[in-house]
Design a protein. Structure first.
Length: 444
């Protein structure tokens, strides 16, 4: 664990200006998409609302005509079917009600008899009234609906294609309720709705655009503050990494020049003493055993030095360093399979980062997994460098907090992200472990 933390290498930090621009662009594009969607929804809603308002206007016009024109002109003779009264009402209807929009006028008795129609052939004929029409005669109110042109009384109106019929209740002088009905061209209602919609739509779209424009400076300020916070975190990480780099170099140098050399001297002295004590077998054996223990300690310290600061990575490159990394695995019962296609021109920082991840994954496989095989693969896929370390060991449950053997990979994930890549660890009990690193070769 100490070696892993000491080995955290210098990452290539992302371009903050580019990140801020990307964040701002994402916000602007997102706001534009939302504005377009809201604009489309507003358009549909306004269109429907304008259509509803146009129908309400048609109902109001019918109500006003019923109260102001029709009822004052109703007579008992008209209700009784007197031709002169019908002719007089027809003249009134054609001069004050019928126009390019209102194309039909009818008066109905409760039994379905047409008391008046601008179509002479319908006057005096009887048709079935539906429940809604009977309810209006009985209870009052004003109703509008699309005309059913298949009804017998409407078949002559098919040339109009589509009509909106509006009906309300009126009263004859003796109180007899009649159904007053007008037929309005649906096109005129639709045009009225479109005219209202055209008046409202610019205001709605303008409000959405103004909201989007106001949000851009806010988003820019937010992106700058976020970028500043990110730079602060990156600077802290960079400082920690720089300090770690210097410290592990110092530790490696001090161990090599100090403790390792002293132990080497002690080992030589013990070996010489064991030879001189040949007349005393017990002392000679103790001296020889101590000398071997010192040599073993030196080997372990040198292995630790390579873990902390591998000189072959800097001198020989990533391929040779990885070959050295797995060279001891066969002696520990693990069969390594190396497939290394390391692209030329890979920066030293990225080579160090890939080595640290591979080192941690190989160490975990060696110490914790009980694996028999290990694959270490590096390949270039288009503009991306991918590294995989797979073992067939015991695996672990990734849904639980990382144990001591896998904390190093968790720490390295942030460094990989800072270098413009991702680190994934996939594992499950009994199915081995798969560690993947993906780096964008054009990043930074």
């Amino acid at each position: 664990m100490l070696a892993t933390m000491a080995a955290m290498t210098r990452p290539q930090l992302p371009s903050t200006d580019r990140s801020e621009r990307r964040l701002l662009l994402q916000f602007v594009v997102g706001s534009a998409v939302v504005a377009i969607l809201l604009g489309a929804a507003t358009t549909f809603l306004l269109r429907d609302a304008a259509r509803d308002e146009a129908e309400r206007s048609a109902r109001r016009s019918t109500q006003l005509a019923a109260r102001g024109i029709v009822e004052p002109a109703l007579t008992a003779e008209l209700v009784a079917g007197d031709p002169a009264a019908i002719a007089a009402f027809d003249e009134l209807a054609r001069s004050r009600i019928l126009d390019d929009a209102t194309v039909r006028v009818k008066l109905w008795k409760r039994d379905g008899t047409v008391a008046y129609s601008d179509q002479d052939e319908l006057v005096g004929k009887q048709f079935d009234l539906d429940d809604e029409e009977l309810e209006v005669i009985s209870e009052g109110g004003t109703v509008s609906e699309v005309t059913d042109l298949d009804r017998p009384e409407n078949r002559a109106d098919r040339r109009f294609d589509r009509l909106l019929e509006v009906y309300t209740r009126v009263h004859a002088p003796d109180g007899t309720p009649l159904l007053y009905e007008t037929y309005v061209r649906d096109a005129s209602v639709s045009e009225s709705g479109r005219a209202l919609w055209r008046r409202l739509l610019p205001t709605a779209i303008g409000a959405l655009l103004l909201l989007a424009i106001v949000q851009v400076p806010l988003a820019l300020g937010f992106a700058r503050r976020l970028g500043a916070r990110r730079r602060e975190r990156e600077q802290l990480l960079q400082s920690a990494v720089d300090a770690s780099e210097l410290e592990r170099r110092r530790i490696a140098r001090d161990l090599h020049d100090g403790v390792v050399q002293h132990l080497a001297g002690v080992g030589l002295n013990l070996h010489a003493a064991s030879i001189e004590a040949g007349t005393d077998p017990a002392t000679a054996a103790t001296m020889a055993s101590s000398a071997e223990q010192v040599r073993q300690a030196i080997r372990e310290l040198r292995t630790l030095l390579v873990d902390i600061y591998p000189p072959n990575l800097r001198e020989l490159g990533l391929r040779r360093a990885l070959e050295d990394l797995v060279s001891e695995l066969p002696a520990r019962g693990i069969d390594p399979d190396l497939r290394l296609d390391v692209p030329a021109g890979l920066s030293a920082q990225r080579e160090q980062l890939l080595y640290r991840v591979a080192q941690e994954a190989v160490r975990n496989a060696e110490r914790h997994s009980g694996a028999a095989h290990l694959l270490l693969c590096i390949e270039r896929v288009e503009d991306e460098l991918r590294m995989r370390i797979e073992d067939d060991g015991a695996g672990f449950d990734t849904s639980t907090p990382a144990d001591e053997g896998h904390v190093g990979l968790v720490l390295l994930r942030d460094l990989v992200a800072a270098a413009g890549g991702t680190l994934h660890v996939e594992s499950s009990a009994g199915n081995g472990t798969n560690v993947r690193v993906e780096l964008d070769l054009h990043h930074g």
